[in-house]
Design a protein around this ligand. Structure first.
Ligand code: FCB
Length: 494
């Protein structure tokens, strides 16, 4: 904790963030398998729910699929070179379940396992610490055919897959993250249907929430049975909520959405219970009978670190009954809502600036989130496992240097302000161990296809050529020095 001591009182007061991070703070970048790998039908990989959804007309912008993506499956060595050149100490990647176990249960695919073994070895050889996410939304299609996350058996299949990966990859992995953003898997996958598997069944979304929580707990248990010293984690996209007005009705809307978005995961994972108000709010949709005796002991496993993904804030109010409720949450593109039994909650437009996703930019929300978590769960280390921004990028020639450039100064400013927000949280006492920028490179942005670019490396589709944006040069300075560079220090001048 960064503090200064007041001589007069001996009381510790937080020192303001001075621009420098602790020496052991981990700087990294993040990606996910389906978004970058491509090679969808190569190397023995089986189909996942994203292969299926991306073929449904209208489901993904431009009819894009992850068939080729960034072709990372073939270009991984070049990508490891880029990571090395960036000087990052960590890299967060995900394993494609259907690449290593094509049917989601049963035999492993040795070629798929070998791909990750080789990649992890190459990272470690460069001194880059791998953080591995086991599930970044790409459920093997066979498991979806048997009910997907609405089927309790999927949680047990996930644990067996986790056990197999712990056995095969062992201590090559520094931190095992079970799930990425189960909120998206459950609500966008099963309620609004904008993510795979594209179902619009509110009751199923709640069953998915529970089976994902259960899957996490079972997987942590399985990993630790194989690797007793394994460090385990889960990554959540906790929503930082703002009330539309100071009214009691709007405060209650915040409570309701906080329950559905945040406490429905934090409760079972860290406190061992589902919040009573969430069960009451959703009683018209589900009786939660899928929660069986003993489940909440399984879901609550000691975590070594909690992963936090943060992009923006969310503003809600209670619908007054006049006109149509406003729906302004960035992920939503269809009539169905991800917010189960919350039809009278309005999601209000936020003041700008906004990114190309339409998401508002509010770095203070990240400081607030990290400090709130620190206060609620003291002793639980935190890591920002995703943060970044999509903006429209343009590749230009740099005649002086004879190279291509992308002057993405809006992205540099976004990263700078959010990294500073992490620094503020650390200065005020939060135990934050690392920061992973989303993303190493432009990639398949789910329902938005390739239309949205989050990378620090520009990817030319379809040649796959990577070009460093100014944000990459800037991030390399940060990662190498542990000191926050100014926005203008963002070119290949080093
Ligand atoms: C997060 C996802 C990640 C990426 C970013 C922009 O919700 O985890 O894969 O799509 O949003």
């Amino acid at each position: 904790m960064s503090t200064t001591e007041s001589r007069a009182t001996g009381v510790e007061t937080p020192a303001p963030f001075a621009g420098t991070f602790p020496d052991d703070f981990l700087w990294g970048t993040a990606t996910a398998a389906y978004q970058i790998e491509g090679a969808a039908a190569e190397g023995g990989r089986g189909p996942s729910i994203w292969d299926t959804l991306s073929r449904v007309p209208g489901a993904v912008q431009g009819g894009d699929t992850g068939d080729v993506a960034c072709d990372h499956y073939h270009r991984w060595a070049e990508d490891v070179d880029h990571l090395d050149r960036l000087g990052v100490g960590g890299y967060r990647l995900s394993i494609s379940w259907s690449r290593v176990q094509p049917g989601g249960s049963g035999p492993l695919n040795p070629e798929g396992v070998e791909f990750y073994r080789t990649l992890l070895d190459a990272l470690r050889a460069r001194g880059i610490t791998p953080f591995v996410t086991l599930y970044h939304w790409d459920l093997p299609q066979e498991l979806e055919d048997a009910g997907g996350w609405t089927n309790r058996d999927t949680a047990y299949a996930f644990a067996e897959y986790a056990r197999a990966m712990a056995t095969e990859l062992g201590d090559r992995v520094e931190v095992w993250t079970t799930l990425n953003e189960p909120w998206c898997s459950a609500y966008l996958g099963y309620a609004s249907g904008v993510h795979a598997p594209g179902r619009t069944e509110p009751a199923s979304a709640l069953a998915a929430v529970h089976h994902l929580n259960l899957a996490h707990g079972l997987a942590v248990q399985a990993i630790r049975e194989v690797l007793p010293d394994a460090r385990c984690s889960i990554t959540l996209n906790l929503h930082v909520l703002r009330a539309a007005t100071g009214s009691e009705a709007d405060a209650d809307a915040v409570r309701q959405i906080d329950g559905l978005a945040n406490r429905v995961f934090l409760g079972p994972l860290l406190d061992g219970a589902y919040p009573a108000d969430v069960l009451a709010d959703t009683a018209s949709v589900s009786d939660w009978s899928f929660v069986l005796d003993g489940d909440l002991e399984i879901t609550r496993r000691p975590l070594d670190v909690l992963g936090v993904n943060y992009y923006s804030t969310t503003r809600v109010g209670r619908f007054s009954g006049e006109g149509q409720p406003v729906r302004a949450d960035g992920h939503k593109t269809t009539a169905a809502s991800p917010w189960v039994a919350a039809d009278d909650v309005e999601f209000l437009p936020q003041p700008g600036p906004h990114t190309a996703m339409g998401w508002n930019v509010e770095p203070a929300g990240l400081t607030e989130l990290l400090l709130d978590l620190h206060r609620a769960y003291p002793g639980l280390p935190l890591a920002v496992t995703e943060n970044g921004a999509s903006f429209t990028d343009e590749v230009v020639e740099d005649p002086a240097l004879g190279i291509q450039r992308v002057h993405d100064l809006a992205r540099v400013a976004y990263l700078r302000d959010h990294v500073a927000a992490v620094g503020e949280a650390i200065a005020a006492g939060a135990d934050v161990r690392g920061y992973f920028a989303w993303s190493l490179m432009d990639n398949f942005e789910w329902a938005y296809g390739y239309s949205k670019r989050f990378g620090m490396l520009h990817v030319d589709y379809p040649t796959g050529e990577r070009t460093w944006k100014d944000s990459a040069y800037w991030y390399a300075r940060l990662a190498r020095s542990g000191r926050l560079p100014a926005v203008y220090e963002a070119g290949p001048q080093d």
